[in-house]
Design a protein around this ligand. Structure first.
Ligand code: ZN
Length: 399
């Protein structure tokens, strides 16, 4: 709908432009009656006719072929190119932008703007090598900071797709001071490099990358998690726990993400009492369902089902959630079985049927920027391609 409105606005703008041109031509005509009739007016009416017959593509083509490229109209051409690209017709955008670049009279700045648009068209078409070549040549010639930054952003976007993390870091390194927003993606590229090093058993190098990632973005919990994993691999469970202890202050929303590693570290350290204490402290910070369930399960294993029901029920009273209710129902069913009743309580089974159905296929993670949801945690959002924006869904229906 937005697309259609934009198209309408652009065409109206072009039509007004032509209208003015015709009036100007008519005025000149009055002043000089021997001048030939304007060629523009015929194409204007042909275009208008297409527009009225709801043939917007033909209308645009006619207007474009009639519209002179000069400093007044070049923005309209660029806007039309963008419009085609957003409509999924990047091939038409390419021909508009290439046609513009063929004009010799363009200013240096305009030429570079069009090259950027053309690179975006190539990316949309999936012709990444052409986009890369264009961006490299633009970076060689351009001295404009803003356009250089835009070109580098497009280039690192392509390098990310190719998983060329080191090259992406080299491209963006000189800009980190001026553009702190790039520190987060760069910290994730370092995490990616660390994972590659871990796969090649170069743990020391991996650790170096991860520490650098935390220097770039102190809230990079992915680096903290990977550092904790490295400590675990070396059998340093206490150190792994110390690392994980930073996560609530780095980003409290990721407490559910770190719980499995935390549990593993304490169990390997044979310190279940330590895990219980740790979970109570996390519960005091934020009563996430996953913390409540993990703590409830510890109580369940140690003190039996009825104590677990009592404590879990109390915690859930302050922080009700679907997942918590589902866990509590499991405990009730078990308690009922233990009490020796032969016939199961159908009311409990019915409630459990509903919580199961509500929890089934429920996404567990969501991008805080674009709303994309997924079951697994991805560090780069597949939809908006931002890094570190996907987090566990918490609250009544969440973790
Ligand atoms: Zn997103």
């Amino acid at each position: 709908m937005h697309d259609v409105m934009l198209l309408g606005l652009l065409l109206t703008a072009i039509a007004i432009g032509f209208g003015l041109g015709i009036r100007y031509a008519a005025r000149r005509h009055r002043q000089a009656p021997t001048a030939p009739p304007s060629q523009l007016s015929r194409e204007y009416f042909v275009g208008l006719n297409y527009l009225l017959n709801e043939q917007p593509d033909e209308a645009i083509n006619t207007f474009i072929s009639a519209l002179d490229v000069n400093s007044d109209t070049v923005d309209t051409h660029i806007a039309l190119g963008k419009l085609f690209r957003t409509r999924g017709e990047a091939d038409k955008a390419v021909s508009i932008h290439q046609n513009l670049l063929a004009r010799p009279a363009l200013s240096h700045g305009t030429n570079e703007r069009i090259q950027l648009e053309l690179a975006r068209d190539f990316i949309a078409l999936g012709v990444h090598d052409r986009a890369q070549r264009l961006l490299h040549s633009l970076l060689e010639q351009s001295t404009d900071d803003e356009r250089r930054y835009a070109a580098k952003q497009l280039l690192v976007g392509l390098l990310e797709r190719e998983r060329e993390w080191q090259t992406a870091l080299e491209v963006i390194q000189p800009l980190l001071k001026q553009h702190p927003g790039m520190r987060r993606p760069a910290s994730h590229w370092l995490c990616e490099l660390a994972i590659e090093e871990i796969q090649q058993s170069s743990r020391a190098l991996a650790k170096k990358h991860l520490k650098k990632a935390l220097l770039l973005d102190e809230r990079c919990i992915r680096a903290t998690l990977l550092l904790a994993d490295l400590e675990m691999d070396n059998g340093h469970y206490g150190r792994a726990i110390e690392r994980l202890d930073h996560i609530p202050e780095q980003d409290g929303a990721h407490i559910p993400t770190m719980l499995p590693t935390l549990q593993r570290a304490y169990s390997r350290n044979d310190d279940i009492a330590g895990l219980e204490k740790h979970l109570y402290s996390l519960l005091g910070q934020a009563p996430y369902t996953s913390v409540i369930v993990m703590l409830g399960e510890l109580i369940h294993q140690r003190d039996g089902v009825d104590t677990a029901i009592e404590l879990t029920g109390n915690w859930l009273r302050d922080a009700p959630s679907l997942g918590g209710l589902d866990y509590l129902l499991d405990l009730y069913v078990e308690s009922q079985q233990l009490s020796g009743r032969t016939a199961p309580d159908t009311r409990l089974s019915l409630l459990k049927y509903h919580t199961d159905a509500l929890l089934k296929d429920r996404p567990r993670h969501q991008c805080r920027r674009c709303g994309f949801t997924s079951d697994a945690l991805a560090w780069q959002c597949p939809s908006c391609r931002r890094w570190g924006t996907i987090k566990p869904i918490t609250g009544v229906e969440g973790e």
